[in-house]
Design a protein. Structure first.
Length: 134
């Protein structure tokens, strides 16, 4: 492989890495929003017994609805594939904690991938800088 072909291949690889980094950054942002929603919902459910009269009820993505909580013992939980079930507040909190842990792990995994890609990008960039200094 000629030097020019090798440089072209490295530049192409760097562009792919840059695109992957953008995708990962988007994933991290989406996961952070999900984690925030789960935290908001968890906080609401932990305090639901103290809710009196009209209240702001979180419905996700930073949205709230004004309403009165009629049943403070049970909620309806999405269990996947558009299936729902009634659950106690305690069970719902357990499900939310599991989802929060999953989201936190996914963020950590994405950040690790991001760091690996940044290191690879820096190595390729360093190589190109050395080639052009000759």
């Amino acid at each position: 492989m000629t030097q020019d072909a090798k440089i072209d291949q490295i530049v192409y690889s760097m562009e792919l890495i840059r695109q992957q980094l953008e995708e990962i950054e988007g994933q991290i942002q989406s996961l952070a929003v999900i984690l925030q929603d789960l935290t908001t919902t968890t906080d609401f459910l932990k305090n639901i017994s103290r809710v009196e009269g009209e209240s702001l009820i979180p419905i996700g993505r930073g949205l709230y609805i004004e309403g009165e909580v009629k049943n403070k013992e049970r909620v309806v939980v999405n269990i996947g594939s558009n299936a729902y079930k009634k659950a106690t507040i305690e069970d719902a909190l357990s499900i939310l904690d599991e989802r929060k842990n999953d989201a936190a792990k996914a963020i950590e995994s994405s950040r690790n991938s991001e760091n690996d890609l940044q290191q690879r990008y820096a190595q390729l960039e360093d190589y190109l800088n050395r080639v052009y200094k000759k």
